[in-house]
Design a protein around this ligand. Structure first.
Ligand SMILES: Nc1nc2c(ncn2[C@@H]2O[C@H](COP(=O)(O)OP(=O)(O)OP(=O)(O)O)[C@@H](O)[C@H]2O)c(=O)[nH]1
Length: 829
C-alpha cells in the first residue's frame, strides 16, 4: 500500500468516526390516533363511482331516501320526470313510450311512426288506432319502474364494489351464443355502438360485466372501465382495443379467467341493463376439450348462469334450433326454461314462414319466449363497418323495421325487433331484480352485522378513512419536523459544518505537512522529494521561520481550503443531513411500513432543498470570498484554534494508534514486526535473511506490513507535531508558518462562522418553513383519492382497518337503498 493510500485509510477511519458521532436519531410519536373520520367519504366516493345519475350526487347521497320518496310524487304528478330532471319526450305520443327518455332507450314507438303496430310486448298488433288514455297512466307507472330499475342497477353496482362480498349480487342478464350466432351484433345493437373485439382467437377469456346506464345528460355513448379508472371514453375503437387486450392478457394455457372485466356504457339511447357477456363459453364447452378444462370453464361461467340471473340464449335462424348450443347450455342451468329468453338472429336469412316457426316453436318452450331480430343491414360486412357508428346503427334499425313491416302478416303474434328485445330485457330484469330484493336485503343485513361485529372487536369502532389517516400522518410529521427544528438549529448546523471542515483541514495537513518520513530512511525520503524539492525533516527543523518554503506551503494549504467550494460543500452537507434526518424520522415512525409514502415525503423534502440549493451555495461562496485573499487572525482566535487543533490531533493520533493495534491483533505482533523489518531492509542482508526464514510473505501480508509501517510513522509524526503545537513555539500567531495546524484551524473556523450565517437563514429556516407546506400541497391537496388510498393502505393493518370500515359503510348504504326501493315499490304497486 502506498503511503498516500494508507493515509487515506486513516483519514477515512477518522472521518467515519466523527460522522457517526454527528448523526442523530429521532423518534416519532405514534401516528394513528383516535377521533372522528370524515365519515362516509369513501362510501361517498364509491357511491359516486357507481352512481348512475349525473346531477347533484352529493345531495342525493345524503338525501337518497327523501329524494326517492319525493320522486314518487313527481313521477305521478308530472309523469316522465326523474330526480327533478325532465326526461324529455312529448308526453302525448301515440305510444306509451313516447313520454320519456327511458322509452327512447327501449325505443318502443319513440319515433312516432308505425312502430305503433308492435304492441307493448313487441307482438304485431293490427290495432293501429289503439291510442289510449289509459296508456298515459301506464306510462307513468312505466317511468316509475324505469326509475326503480335504475336504482336497482345502482344497488347492484354498489354491491359489486364491496370487496369480499361476492355472494351479494342482484340478477343480471347473461348472454350466451355459439360462434357466429350474432351475439356480438345483438349486444352492439342494444348499445348502438360497435365495441366488442372480433377475431377467432377471442374465445374463452374473461366475462364482460356490462352495465348500461340510460343517461339523458350524455350527448352520445360514453364508456367507462372503472377498474382501470378510465372514464368518459367516446372512442369505441379504443374500447374495443382495451377489451381485446384485457382478454388476451389471460395466458393461452389458462384459457379462461373468472376475473370479470367491468364496463359501463352511459347513453341517452341505452336502456338501464346489467348484462354479462360470456365470450367463448359455448364454443369451448362444446369443443373437444380435456375434461379438466371443461370443469374449469363450468366453474368460472357456472355462477353466471345460475339463479337468479336471466339467460339470453342467442341462436341463428339459419341453424337448426336442435343444434343450438346456446339453448343446450341454457337448459343445463335452467331445465324448466323459466329464466331463459331465446333470441333468434338473422331472421332475414330464412323465409318469414320459417322465421315465424322458430319464434313460435313448441319444441324448446321458454316461459319468457323468443324474440326475433335482424342485427345487420344487408351487404354491409359488419353492421357498423360500412358507416360510422350511429349511421350504421340507424341503417340496421331501419332495415330491421322495414323488413318486419313488409312481413307483418307472417310475424303476427310474435315478438320481433331489437327495440322490443331491449324493452323485454328491461322488464324482465326489473321484475327479477325486484324479486331478489327481499332475500338480498336479508343477506346484506347479515353481512353488515358480521362486518360491524368485526369492526368493533378488531378496531374498537375507531373511525378511520384513508384521508383521515393521511391527514393525521401529515400532522404528526409536521409536529416531528417542528420538534426537530428545535433540536437542529444554528449551533448544530455550525458543529456539522465545522466537523466537516476539520476533516478537510486534517486531509490537507496530511497531504502537505505530514508526508515526511520521520526516520532517515534515505530511499523513501528521496522518492518523496517532489513538488518544491522538499527538504528532509532534519533540514526542516533548521529552516528559518521566514523561509519562503514555509510561507509558500501555508499559502497553498490555506488556498486549498478557501477554494474548496465551501458554498457547494456546505449546502450539500446541510441538505444531505436534512434528508438523512427525514429518513431516520420516517424509519422510526409509523411510516416505516409505507414505502411509497416515505418516498413521496423524501421527494417533498428534496424538492424544497433543491429549490434553495443554488442561491444558498452562491451566497455562501460570495461571503467567504474575502478569505481567499486575506486572513486576519486575532490573538484570541489563535489561542482558541490552537486548543481546538490540539484536540483534533489527539483524536487523529488515537485513531492511528487504534488502527495499528488492530493490525497487530489480526496479523500477530511478531509476524507484523518481521514483515515491517523485512520491508525496511528489503535491499540488505537483514531483509534477505528474514525472507529466507519465512519463505517469503504473501501479498496480503506485505500490504498489511506496509500499512503498519505507515501507521507507525504517522503516529510518530503526529506525536511530534502535537508536542510542537503545545510548545511555546506555537503560542503566538506570529509563528503561524511553523504551526500550520493552528492557522488552518483559524481559517476553518472563519469559514464555518460565515457560511453558517447564510445557511441558517437561506436553507435551514426556509426548509422548516417550506417543508410542512410542501407536505400539505404534495400529500394532502395534491393527491387523488386513489393515490391517498394507495398510500394509506400500504400498511396491512391500516388497510384492513380502512377496508373493514369501508365495507361496513357500503353495506349500510346498500341496505338503506334497498329498503328505500322496497318502500317505493310498495307505494307503486
Ligand atoms: N344476414 C344477417 N347477418 C347477420 C345478422 N347478425 C349478424 N350477422 C352476421 O353474422 C356474422 C356473425 O355475427 P357476430 O355478431 O360477429 O356473431 P358472434 O356470435 O358474436 O360471433 P363470434 O364473434 O364469432 O362469436 C357476422 O358476419 C355478422 O355480420 C343478421 O341479423 N342478419
Amino acid at each position: 500500500m502506498s503511503s498516500l493510500q494508507a493515509r487515506t485509510t486513516v483519514r477515512t477511519i477518522s472521518f467515519i468516526g466523527l460522522g457517526k458521532a454527528a448523526s442523530k436519531t429521532v423518534k416519532l410519536p405514534a401516528y394513528i390516533g383516535g377521533g372522528l373520520a370524515a365519515a362516509g367519504s369513501y362510501v361517498m366516493y364509491k357511491f359516486e363511482q357507481v352512481q348512475t345519475f349525473t346531477s347533484d350526487k352529493l345531495d342525493k347521497m345524503k338525501g337518497f331516501a327523501g329524494n326517492i320518496r319525493d320522486g314518487i310524487g313527481s313521477i305521478f304528478g308530472r309523469g316522465g320526470r326523474e330526480n327533478g330532471k325532465d326526461n324529455g319526450g312529448s308526453g302525448d305520443g301515440d305510444d306509451a313510450a313516447t313520454a320519456g327518455v327511458a322509452a327512447a332507450a327501449v325505443g318502443v314507438g319513440f319515433d312516432g311512426d308505425d312502430e305503433g303496430n308492435l304492441n307493448e310486448n313487441g307482438e304485431i298488433s293490427d290495432d293501429d288506432e289503439d291510442e289510449d288514455a289509459e296508456r298515459e297512466q301506464e306510462q307513468h307507472l312505466d317511468d316509475a319502474m324505469v326509475n326503480l330499475t335504475k336504482q336497482m342497477i345502482e344497488i347492484r353496482s354498489l354491491l359489486m364494489s364491496i370487496d369480499g362480498a361476492t355472494a351479494l349480487t342482484l340478477p343480471a342478464i347473461v348472454v350466451i351464443g355459439s360462434q357466429s350466432s350474432g351475439k356480438s351484433s345483438v349486444l352492439e345493437s342494444i348499445v348502438g355502438q360497435e365495441f366488442l373485439p372480433k377475431g377467432s382467437n377471442m374465445v374463452t377469456r374473461r366475462p364482460i360485466e356490462l352495465t348500461l346506464v340510460n343517461d339523458p345528460s350524455q350527448a352520445a355513448e360514453v364508456a367507462e372501465f372503472p377498474a382501470l379508472k378510465l372514464y368518459n371514453m367516446t372512442d369505441f375503437q379504443q374500447v374495443q382495443k382495451i377489451l381485446r387486450d384485457l382478454n388476451l392478457a389471460v395466458p393461452d394455457e389458462e384459457t379462461v379467467s373468472g376475473d370479470p372485466i367491468q364496463l359501463t356504457i352511459r347513453s341517452p339511447k341505452v336502456p338501464d341493463l346489467s348484462l354479462v357477456d360470456l365470450p367463448g363459453y359455448i364454443q369451448v364447452e362444446a369443443a373437444d376439450q380435456p375434461a379438466s378444462l371443461k370443469e374449469k370453464i363450468r366453474e368460472v361461467c357456472g355462477r353466471y348462469l345460475d339463479e337468479p340471473n336471466i339467460i339470453l340464449a342467442i341462436s341463428s335462424a339459419d341453424v337448426d334450433l336442435a343444434n343450438s348450443s346456446a339453448l343446450r347450455a341454457a337448459k343445463r342451468s335452467d331445465p324448466k326454461g323459466e329464466r331463459t329468453i331465446g333470441v333468434i338472429t338473422k331472421l332475414d336469412l330464412v323465409s318469414p314462414e320459417d322465421g315465424r316457426a322458430l319464434l313460435t316453436n313448441r319444441k324448446y318452450p321458454l316461459k319468457m319466449g323468443y324474440v326475433g331480430v335482424i342485427t345487420r343491414a344487408p351487404n354491409s360486412g359488419s353492421i357498423f363497418r360500412r358507416k360510422t357508428g350511429s349511421q350504421a346503427y340507424l341503417a340496421q334499425q331501419s332495415f330491421e323495421k322495414s323488413y318486419f313491416k313488409d312481413n307483418k302478416e307472417e310475424f303476427l303474434g310474435t315478438s320481433i325487433g331489437t327495440k322490443v328485445l331491449k324493452r323485454r330485457l328491461m322488464k324482465v330484469l326489473e321484475s327479477s331484480m325486484a324479486r331478489a330484493l327481499k332475500p338480498m336485503h336479508d343477506k346484506v343485513a347479515n353481512e353488515l352485522e358480521e362486518a360491524s361485529y368485526q369492526f368493533k372487536v378488531e378496531f374498537n369502532d375507531r373511525d378511520l378513512t384513508s384521508e383521515k389517516y393521511m391527514a393525521q400522518t401529515i400532522d404528526n410529521l409536521k409536529l416531528v419536523v417542528k420538534e426537530f427544528s428545535e433540536r437542529f438549529g444554528r449551533p448544530e448546523l455550525k458543529s456539522l459544518l465545522r466537523s466537516e471542515l476539520d476533516q478537510r483541514v486534517l486531509d490537507l495537513l496530511a497531504q502537505r505537512y505530514w508526508n515526511k518520513p520521520p526516520v532517515t530512511a534515505k530511499k523513501q525520503q528521496q522518492e518523496q522529494q517532489s513538488e518544491f524539492n522538499e527538504p528532509s525533516l532534519e533540514e526542516l527543523a533548521n529552516l528559518s521561520v521566514d523561509d519562503s518554503y514555509w510561507r509558500r506551503k501555508l499559502e497553498l494549504s490555506t488556498a486549498s481550503l478557501t477554494k474548496l467550494g465551501v458554498g457547494r460543500l456546505s449546502t450539500s452537507l446541510v441538505s444531505d443531513a436534512l434528508l438523512a434526518e427525514i429518513g431516520v424520522m420516517l424509519d422510526n415512525s409509523e411510516l416505516r411500513t409505507h414505502p411509497g409514502m416515505k418516498d413521496a415525503i423524501r421527494d417533498a423534502a428534496a424538492a424544497v432543498l433543491v429549490k434553495r440549493y443554488n442561491s444558498t451555495s452562491d451566497q455562501v461562496e460570495n461571503c467567504i470570498k474575502p478569505y481567499k485573499y486575506e486572513i486576519d487572525v486575532e490573538p484570541r482566535e489563535w489561542t482558541m484554534s490552537r486548543q481546538h487543533a490540539v484536540g483534533l490531533l489527539r483524536e487523529e493520533l488515537k485513531q492511528c494508534n487504534d488502527a495499528y493495534r488492530d493490525l497487530k491483533r489480526t496479523v500477530g505482533g511478531n509476524k507484523l514486526k518481521q514483515i515491517m523489518t523485512f520491508l525496511e531492509n528489503e535491499d540488505n542482508s537483514v531483509g534477505e535473511s528474514i525472507a529466507k526464514e519465512n519463505i517469503g510473505f504473501s501479498p496480503g501480508l506485505m500490504l498489511r506490513g506496509k500499512e503498519a509501517l505507515f501507521l507507525r510513522d504517522r503516529s510518530i509524526l503526529l506525536s511530534m507535531r502535537l508536542k510542537f503545537l503545545r510548545s511555546s513555539a506555537c503560542k503566538n500567531k506570529d509563528n503561524k508558518y511553523r504551526c500550520p495546524e493552528a492557522f488552518m484551524d483559524v481559517v476553518a473556523d472563519k469559514l464555518t462562522q460565515t457560511a453558517v450565517l447564510f445557511l441558517n437563514v437561506e436553507l435551514l429556516s426556509d426548509f422548516y418553513y417550506s417543508f410542512p407546506r410542501e407536505l400539505e400541497s404534495k400529500l394532502s391537496s395534491g393527491l387523488t383519492k386513489e393515490q391517498i388510498d394507495a398510500y394509506a393502505k400500504e400498511d396491512p393493518k391500516v388497510k384492513r382497518h380502512i377496508e373493514l370500515q369501508e365495507k361496513k359503510e357500503l353495506l349500510e348504504l346498500a341496505l338503506g337503498k334497498i329498503e328505500d326501493v322496497m318502500a317505493l315499490r310498495k307505494q307503486i304497486s
